[in-house]
Design a protein around this ligand. Structure first.
Ligand SMILES: *Cc1c(COP(=O)(O)O)cnc(C)c1O
Length: 417
């Protein structure tokens, strides 16, 4: 029992679907991100089917994992996309995503990004300030277009999550303050090249309780009713992403319960409902495969130095996040308490603290729950080429991103003449 349904042990070997992870390490090397097609598909279907007959759109938050194969898989399932940059728009288009199912979030959209999104014909811009609204209006006018817009409202709800990933409190940079939203909605009518179509919020990430979602939804519905009473036509309500996953002991609500709670609140209202899940769609569908380079025993601590590092998976260093770390071959005996660290020259370069494992040099480890905000937050710090990514589908292994070469890493840099 690994505790991760998509990654079971079979005869002491940790597997992804029908494939043993040691085979992937032998074929593609380490560090390597490994995803399960079945797990991605099941996660999407759970959200999508929970809406039952209601008009809805699941917009996968691309920043959680932006690999083209992942985006293409969701596009084939009918997913929409939540993007936060022109680069992510390009990825969605290259992956075969439907621009008419794209919402564009983010506090700092540049004019060129707005132009690209208007040219592609996206579903909606989630606008976060009056200044952004004015800029979007100007760009749309230049292009002879009308930009579909939701205002992202900050409902001032405590998401009870890590402060770096809490976005819905009034002191955060995100969204339009709740008390100012109504006024801005009414004054937005003066902009001839924006068309208000929706209402949007996103209160944070890795939420493990329903209450903050329900509280935010309630506030948004109150605002929706007031806007309608003033004669505004609101066609959709976007409730953002943020549903948490189980990394270790957390017990987040199931996607179907989360959707059901929102739908119950929304009741008979006719608006189309959008959600923007990222982590909950991909987090537990992926892991980071790494090899133990050295064991180092000091008088104070035992270290396992592995070939993955903070540049590959920054969540432990950045948020003090916990990822379960499992042996790829279960062995059990002679366990010691290890600090699992990478080779990067930073004390913050760890993947796990105080893990009880029986390890030998050369062993493979799986850093679990790494499908979200893993590869997409990776960097080249310490001039480390980025890891390979593979997706398993039944008994087949597909390389979906080659390991970065030194040539690719250095391309674009130039020395002075
Ligand atoms: C990051 C983000 C999401 C996705 O958050 P998850 O916690 O991964 O579900 C959704 N919407 C917006 C606006 C975001 O910034």
């Amino acid at each position: 029992m690994s505790g991760f349904p998509s990654f079971p042990y079979r005869n002491t070997k940790l597997c992804v679907e029908s494939v043993a992870l040691d085979r992937i390490a032998a074929e593609f090397g380490t560090p390597c991100y490994v995803y399960s097609r079945a797990a991605l598909t099941a996660a999407y279907r759970e959200f999508d089917s929970a809406f039952a007959g209601r008009d809805h759109l699941v917009c996968y938050a691309v920043k959680a994992n932006s690999n083209l194969a992942v985006l293409n898989l969701f596009a084939r399932l009918g997913s929409g996309f939540d993007i936060v940059s022109g680069g992510e728009l390009q990825r969605v288009l290259n992956a075969g995503g439907d621009p008419q199912k794209v919402v564009f979030s983010g506090v700092g959209k540049r004019p060129d990004e707005m132009r690209a999104a208007l040219a592609a014909g996206i579903f909606c811009f989630n606008v976060e300030s009056e200044a952004e609204l004015a800029t979007l209006n100007r760009i749309a006018a230049e292009m002879g277009k009308i930009a579909p817009v939701s205002l992202r409202v900050n409902p001032d709800v405590d998401a009870k999550t890590h402060p770096y990933i809490s976005t819905g409190l009034k002191e955060n940079k995100f969204g339009i303050p709740f008390d100012e939203a109504e006024k801005l909605y009414l004054s937005a009518r003066q902009f001839a090249h924006v068309h208000i179509t929706g209402l949007d919020c996103h209160i944070g990430s890795q939420l493990t309780e329903l209450d903050p979602f329900v509280e935010a939804c309630g506030k948004m519905l109150g605002l929706l009713d007031r806007l309608e009473a003033q004669g505004l036509q609101i066609e959709h309500l976007d409730l953002g992403g943020g549903l948490g996953i189980r990394y270790s002991a957390e017990k987040p609500p199931a996607a179907r319960d989360y959707v059901a709670a929102l739908c119950a609140d929304i009741g008979q209202r006719s608006q189309r409902i959008l959600i923007e899940p990222g982590r909950a769609l991909v987090g537990n569908a992926g892991l980071l495969l790494t090899r133990v380079e050295y064991l180092k025993h000091t008088p104070h601590r035992d270290f396992a130095i592995v070939d993955a590092a903070m540049n590959d998976l920054i969540r432990p260093a950045l948020y003090d996040a916990h990822h379960e770390i499992l042996p790829v071959t279960a062995n059990g005996s002679n366990a010691k308490t290890y600090q699992i660290v990478g080779p990067v020259c930073e004390t913050g370069d760890f993947l796990g603290h105080d893990r009880k494992l029986a390890l030998s040099q050369g062993d493979l480890l799986a850093v679990m729950s790494a499908g979200a905000y893993g590869m997409s937050m990776s960097s080249n710090y310490n001039t480390r080429p980025r890891a390979a990514e593979v997706m398993v589908d039944g008994d087949r292994i597909h390389l979906i991103r080659e390991r970065e070469s030194m040539e690719q890493l250095l391309a674009g840099e130039k020395i002075l003449p």
